[in-house]
Design a protein. Structure first.
Lengths: 292, 342
């Protein structure tokens, strides 16, 4: 079967985990891993697996534009701003895993066919990927006036990028809850827990709704969990949803696939899994266009 | 009293922030104005005003504020002639935007609080607070959960970001006097900035531990009048000041005025006596974040289980400050397990 070619920029943890996810894709062919440090573990592993491994950054794409139609950017927000321009000039689709948010926010569980016409989409945050689908599921049957999410992750899974700019997480996730989840107003909290052995990522979603309907909400949530499970098999409800007046509380746990990250880092896993799924949606769309 | 620091002791009254938990975040502007005015008249050094969980804490997770904290901060600033108004900020809950807003309203000191092992999330907020020209202190919460070497390492990080003091924050009221002594001494020996201590009275050790901290060189000290703070409250400010006075330490705060404020103003405001009941005792005993108390009692009632079982289970799971959602989750889980057993 013909596949759409893709490359990863950023050979750090996220980029490397992404490599393992893309390896399994039926519609995407990973061709290259692009970094800036030839000694990075990600580039070494990519080379071992037989992918092109460049350590001259985005220049390698300028030199070899044919290697990819889809480019995942797993660098940093600042770097992506620069990359976004180059990728646009090269006519490449950019899947942005940084907080730069040059393009619209997407969650693959919240299908809006609209995003398939975009050239740069942003994956929000890990907390956003884990909770926004649930907010959307509740909103679609009960109209959410306020949604609040609490993402608790193990300290070990919070990288230096997240730690240096934790406000970016809370603010970006809040925007995602509103723009993609559909809540009139959102709020996001993040908590780092250092317990050993590390805890799995857990998320609590509180929603205040305008049209309370326990049965419909429960059903919608359960369907959404199944949708997310398609690309994050370790995504599950910890309890049945709790109802109290106009409020519904949902507890979710995210166990990672254990590719490059240990399974407790469900927060990192859901980012790479969601990015892969979004790219696959694009790839299928591209392949359909080609066959017409 | 012999002290291992020659710097002056500065007291922060936390009843309008830590006490917000006890008030279930329902402080009115009139209450805040009256307490702030009378504290100012008594000569209090700093008065902390924020949601109990710090700026931006008004949430379903922690409880919604009746009155926007920014309004309360503005009101307190308005009432104070000499006392300075302080705020609390927990990165992950509040952001630099709320900090800037509080600063514009007149808050001049901020305590940036993280779990004792997670100081590096505070770099952004500490440096921004310094840029704003605020007095900026680090607050290492749940200090009982980490060994002293770890505490020192994390305090040094906060110092490197620009913190002007770092607090040993005994959020669970679980530290024993010997542990306080060891931790304060270690920080005093390793930092070139001031050291602070924030107690909770869950094991009835708040004043005693605070005295130990002061002897060891802590100079930034927290108290709550009438113990109006989470759990069984903090070091009772008017008691602490009276004891210090007896020990020859005069901080320029009028003790009679503090007693009157406790008796006539704060006492009648408190929904129930701030004594050490079995719930708050279990907080200290199991090492659980003090603001979990009322949430655990409510969850216990809702699911028909003993709130002590919830708190003990939370302690076992090494839950940290801010994880109030775990209370409902654990309560629901325990209730389910009970049903299965029957």
């Amino acid at each position: 079967m013909v596949k759409i070619k893709a490359a990863i920029i950023g050979s750090g943890n996220i980029g490397t985990d992404l490599m393992y996810k893309l390896e399994r894709s039926e519609v995407i062919e990973l061709t290259a891993m692009i970094g800036i440090d030839p000694e990075s573990d990600g580039l070494k592993r990519a080379k071992e697996k037989g992918y092109l491994a460049f350590h001259n950054g985005i220049q390698s794409l300028k030199d070899n534009p044919e290697i990819a139609d889809i480019v995942f950017d797993a660098t940093s927000a600042k770097t992506h701003v620069r990359h976004a321009k180059v990728l646009a000039e090269l006519g490449k689709l950019a899947i942005d895993l940084t907080p730069a948010a040059r393009g619209p926010f997407v969650s693959p569980a919240v299908k809006t066919d609209a995003y398939l016409n975009e050239k740069n989409v942003n994956m929000i945050t890990c907390g956003g990927q884990a909770t926004i689908p649930i907010v959307h599921a509740i909103n679609s049957v009960a109209d959410v006036s306020y949604a609040e999410i609490v993402a608790t992750i193990s300290s070990k899974s919070a990288g230096p990028g997240t730690r240096a700019n934790i406000d970016e997480f809370t603010i970006t996730t809040r925007r995602g809850i509103e723009e993609v989840g559909g809540a009139d107003k959102g709020k996001a909290l993040i908590i780092l827990n250092p317990a050993e052995p590390p805890i799995l990522m857990r998320d609590t979603i509180y929603c205040e709704v305008k049209n309370m309907d326990e049965a419909a909400i429960t059903k919608s949530i359960e369907q959404m969990v199944e949708t997310v499970k398609e690309y994050v098999p370790g995504y599950r409800l910890k309890q049945e949803p709790l109802f109290d007046g106009n409020r519904v509380t949902v507890f979710v746990e995210v166990e990672g696939a254990g590719d490059y990250f240990p399974i407790y880092a469900g927060n990192l896993d859901i980012m790479t899994a969601a990015a892969t799924r979004v790219a696959e949606d694009f790839a299928i769309h591209m392949l359909e266009k080609q066959s017409v | 009293m012999k002290r291992k620091s020659d710097k002056p002791i500065k007291i922060t009254e936390v009843c309008l922030r830590d006490g917000s938990h006890v008030m279930q975040h329902q402080y009115t502007e009139a209450q805040v104005r009256r307490v702030a005015r009378e504290l100012d008249e008594a000569g209090m050094h700093y008065i902390e005003v924020s949601h109990g969980d710090g700026l931006g804490g008004s949430t379903l997770q922690y409880g919604k504020s009746l009155v926007d904290e920014m309004k309360l901060i503005e009101a307190a600033v308005d009432e104070c002639q000499n006392s300075k108004v302080a705020v609390l900020l927990l990165p992950g809950i509040g952001t630099v935007h709320e900090l800037k807003q509080a600063h514009e309203l007149g808050a001049s000191l901020v305590r940036v609080a993280t779990h004792v092992t997670e100081a590096d999330v505070s770099a952004q907020h500490i440096s921004m607070a310094r840029e704003l020209g605020m007095e900026t202190l680090g607050f290492l919460m749940m200090a009982h959960m980490a060994p002293t070497e770890k505490l020192v390492e994390q305090a040094k990080l906060m110092e490197s970001y620009g913190a002007q003091a770092v607090y040993v924050t005994d959020s669970a009221g679980a530290l024993l006097p010997q542990e306080v002594k060891e931790k304060i001494a270690a920080l005093r020996n390793s930092l070139s900035i001031e050291v602070g201590f924030h107690a909770h009275n869950n094991l009835s050790l708040a004043v005693a531990n605070t005295l130990t901290a002061i002897e060891e060189g802590a100079t930034r000290i927290d108290g709550s009048i009438r113990c109006l703070g989470a759990g069984a409250g903090n070091a009772q400010t008017e008691v602490l000041l009276s004891v210090l006075d007896r020990m020859g330490v005069n901080l320029g705060i009028d003790i009679y005025k503090m007693m009157d404020l406790a008796e006539n103003t704060v006492g009648p405001m408190i929904p129930r006596a701030q004594e050490i009941n079995r719930g708050s005792l279990v907080l200290g005993y199991a090492g659980v974040y003090s603001s979990f108390l009322l949430h655990a009692e409510r969850a216990g009632q809702r699911f028909g289980i003993d709130s002590r079982d919830i708190l003990i289970e939370l302690g076992k799971r090494k839950v940290v400050g801010g994880q109030e959602d775990m209370i409902l989750d654990v309560a629901a889980e325990l209730a389910k397990a009970r049903k299965l057993e029957v």
